[in-house]
Design a protein around this ligand. Structure first.
Ligand code: SF4
Length: 484
């Protein structure tokens, strides 16, 4: 007899349920004789979780900037041969996630553009809320765009202001005055490596040091991967310029309230990263701990949905005293190019992506933890799978509040129409997913989870609808479809 109950996810179902990644950026300055292309490759490897659709590396060989980019994972796009060709003393890299329609090679990054002062390469994590308007204005003035990304809008503005101002800092400040939204940028010019974080600090960016070279990266896990030590985070609104081994800082837009995306802590960032002084792992543990206080239940086993719910499940277990255990086994080799099973195979419940471990589940009252429910379709299947495997009760606990609003800052959260919590009460959602009880972490508790950084404040607009700045209508397809 089969000891496993299984569930199959079609790509569309999983896409709909899962909050998708942002992008990852990385850069290394020219302080040493490293093989900068390989160093960037390893940095991007550590940032692969932030985007798996395309990636690229640009190198700077004595002022000559060139690069390679492709569709797919870092390990697929960069072979030994390709890396051997990428010679230089400075480099930047990018891993990209995009929504359907914007997923093409021309939109892959880094972007390499020519402007008055020479060539520059640019890698962007984030999404501009006014990109559409700026783009139309620039097109009215004769600008030609080669990609559908808002990152090219930034490159175009830099080029325009470069015609007017000789001073690069002035050019960047003027550009920041115009663009609105989220951006963590790594830019490489013939002589400089530059990092910029948007004035709200929506997306993370940190600085590391490796011998005489500076490293810029979306997350500290990429610094660890290349053996660099963490120096500090780039501050919201800060421009850091690295030239001739020196780091210069210019602080702009001091008056904006800090609004780091709280979903970096809930889901996006790797658990071994620190952002703005707070450990991601400890945030997730704390979310589980607070969830156990807020929504206790009598049960026999705490289980996390792999991988998004595992750390919070440990926190819930520690606080509640209910044992933590394995009950869901994930097939880690189901990748991007997974061929969908046909209907007949689905009906036979072939084990493909996630299996329930009947021997651990049968007759037990299970607390099932996940980081969020977006549409509810996948959650419903997992609850059903546990019940089919003999669970006596399934109590669903979510380590964040109900997601009721879309994100305009680079995270692919479904439009409001598709968000289950936008149209249903908690009790209705419980009924739809078939759980015996359902509890969400409150916003108040969520904001306490980034332990060790009490001065930080966060964007939580997808829960509250209170965006840190004016956002376009949901119907603005450019803003919604070309995020990174
Ligand atoms: S709306 Fe939500 S996902 Fe988007 S930046 Fe704010 S907290 Fe993050």
């Amino acid at each position: 007899m089969n000891d496993y109950e299984s569930v199959i996810f079609s790509a569309s179902e999983e896409t709909a349920e899962t909050l998708r990644e942002a992008c990852g950026v990385f850069g290394v300055s020219n302080g040493d004789t490293f093989d900068v292309a390989r160093l960037t490759y390893f940095g991007l490897y550590a940032l692969q979780h932030r985007g798996q659709e395309s990636c690229g590396i640009a190198v700077n060989n004595d002022g000559d900037i060139s690069g390679h980019k492709g569709m797919g994972l870092v390990s697929e796009v960069f072979t030994e041969k390709v890396l051997d060709r990428l010679e230089g003393k400075m480099a930047i890299g990018h891993t990209r996630y995009s929504t359907t329609g914007a997923n093409s090679l021309e939109n892959a990054q880094p972007l390499i553009v020519n402007y008055k002062a020479g060539r520059l390469a640019l890698a962007h994590n984030g999404n501009l809320v006014n990109a559409s308007k700026i783009r139309h204005d620039l097109e009215d003035q004769g600008a030609i765009f080669q990609t559908a990304t808002d990152s090219e809008v930034i490159a175009n503005l830099i080029s325009r202001y470069g015609l007017k101002y000789d001073n690069l800092i002035e050019v960047l400040k003027r550009t920041m005055d115009v663009i609105q939204g989220s951006y963590a940028l790594v830019i490489m010019t013939p002589r400089r490596l530059i990092g910029i974080r948007d004035p709200w600090g929506l997306r993370p960016l940190c600085i590391g040091k490796l011998q005489n070279s500076f490293i810029l990266a979306s997350e500290t896990c990429a610094l660890d991967a290349v053996g660099a030590s963490f120096l500090r985070d780039v501050a919201p609104g800060e421009i850091v310029i690295i030239e001739d081994g020196q780091l210069k800082s210019v602080q702009t837009h001091l008056n904006k309230p800090h609004n780091l995306c709280i979903f970096e802590h809930i889901y996006f960032a790797r658990p071994d990263s620190f952002i703005d002084g707070a450990s991601i792992y400890r945030s997730r543990l704390e979310a589980g701990r607070l969830l156990a206080i807020e929504h206790p239940v009598e049960a026999d086993l705490v289980v996390g949905v792999p991988d998004s719910g595992l750390t919070a499940a440990i926190g819930y277990s520690r606080q509640s005293g209910i044992p933590y255990g394995d009950a869901l086994i994930k097939n880690r080799y189901v990748g991007r190019t997974f061929i969908q099973p046909h209907q007949k195979m689905r009906e036979k419940s072939v084990n493909i992506k996630l299996n329930a471990l009947r021997s651990e589940i049968e007759g037990k009252r299970i607390v099932l933890i996940d980081d969020s429910i977006v549409r509810g379709t996948t959650t419903k299947k997992i609850v059903q799978m546990l019940k089919n495997a003999g669970a006596k009760e399934v109590h669903m606990r979510i380590s964040s509040p109900p997601v009721k609003h879309p994100c305009f800052f680079g995270i692919d959260i479904a439009s409001r129409d598709l968000l289950i919590a936008a149209h249903h009460s908690v009790e209705e959602i419980r009924d739809i997913i078939g759980a015996d009880s359902l509890g969400y972490l409150s916003t108040e508790h969520l904001l306490q989870t980034p332990v060790g950084a009490p001065e930080n404040s966060f964007c939580r607009a997808c829960f509250t609808g209170q965006y840190p700045m004016a956002v376009p209508d949901e119907g603005d397809k450019f803003a919604l479809d070309n995020k990174c």
